[in-house]
Design a protein. Structure first.
Length: 307
């Protein structure tokens, strides 16, 4: 078995707009526009690489300048793209978002048609390589057919990210195959059927998700913290307050840190702290992935979270 984490999912060119003041709907807002590499799978892969993991990333890239920029950045971090699709006649996935004055995403549009090429037939050819990895992480930009195929055929520990409330239901059929999963409040409500209003309802939602066979769940509750549960333990931890600049990549960093913590054999509470710490670090940069993230910075933030 190779000591590699395979991440399968999206890689986008992100176009972000940041207004100078309160966002005015229906009007042109003075501010700044930035191009950056994003996509949930891509963000998780980059965070894992920054944390010292060996990463193989399977995505779909077009035949355009965006694809060249994405590949250059990822390969610069040591991420292996050898199993990714390169489609000369397609354009690379693009994600356009507008942040509010606090840095939170206000509205977004994504063009991800290229991922229709990531089919079960494509992944069938990749199975020997995937099953040599230490673990595999999927993002829900994949089709439900592809997700189910991978869950049924991958023999190593499996993780997943829900991406959004709209795409979270694609994971319903594979929850019982997952080692760990981090939904936010809305995603957890959709998948559990429980409306989360307090710690008791968060616990009920977590128990329903664990009843599928899922081993660990981390439900992020925004300012109310994180409720985490496993087969024999649970915890509710407060959020670690970041110096907020852009929260759009915080959830991806949390998921990456859960995998990083699993690689190190951390228990539930320390894994939860690692996720919260990584999310806080991510939110302190305008980029969706904070280049300042590394093992030392994460360990320090975990220690600060325990005091």
């Amino acid at each position: 078995m190779d000591d590699v984490i395979a991440v399968i999912g999206s890689a986008n060119m992100d176009i972000g707009g940041y207004p100078e003041g309160p966002l005015a709907a229906g009007d042109s807002n003075p501010g700044r526009v930035r191009l950056s590499v994003g996509g949930v799978g891509c963000n998780i892969a980059r965070n894992l690489a920054l944390l010292g993991a060996r990463v193989r990333f399977l995505t779909a890239l077009g035949g355009d300048l965006y694809a060249q920029g994405i590949a250059q950045m990822l390969e610069g971090l040591g991420i292996d793209l050898s199993l990714s699709l390169r489609l000369a006649d397609e354009h690379t996935s693009t994600y356009l978002f507008i942040a509010d004055e606090r840095g939170d995403m206000s509205v977004a549009v994504n063009d991800m048609a290229i991922y229709r090429h990531q089919t079960p037939a494509y992944f069938e050819r990749m199975l020997p390589e995937l099953n040599r990895c230490r673990a595999v992480l999927l993002d829900a930009n994949l089709s439900e057919d592809a997700l189910v195929f991978l869950a049924e055929n991958i023999r190593v520990p499996l993780f997943a990210d829900a991406v959004s409330a709209a795409k979270a239901p694609r994971l319903r059929a594979i929850l019982g195959r997952l080692t760990a999963f981090k939904p936010n409040r809305i995603e957890a409500e959709l998948l559990s059927g429980v409306r989360i209003t307090d710690s008791d309802s968060a616990r009920e939602a977590a128990m329903r998700l664990l009843d599928t066979g899922l081993e660990r769940v981390f439900i992020t509750l925004g300012p109310d913290g994180v409720f985490a549960a496993g087969r024999h333990s649970e915890c509710l931890l407060p959020s670690l307050a970041p110096r907020l600049k852009n929260a759009t990549g915080a959830g991806d960093a949390f998921t990456a840190a859960i995998v990083w913590a699993w690689l190190r054999g951390f228990g539930l509470e320390k894994s939860c702290l690692a996720g919260s710490a990584a999310a806080a670090i991510a939110a302190e940069a305008e980029e969706t992935v904070n280049p300042a993230l590394n093992e030392q910075a994460l360990q320090q933030r975990i220690l600060e979270g325990r005091t």
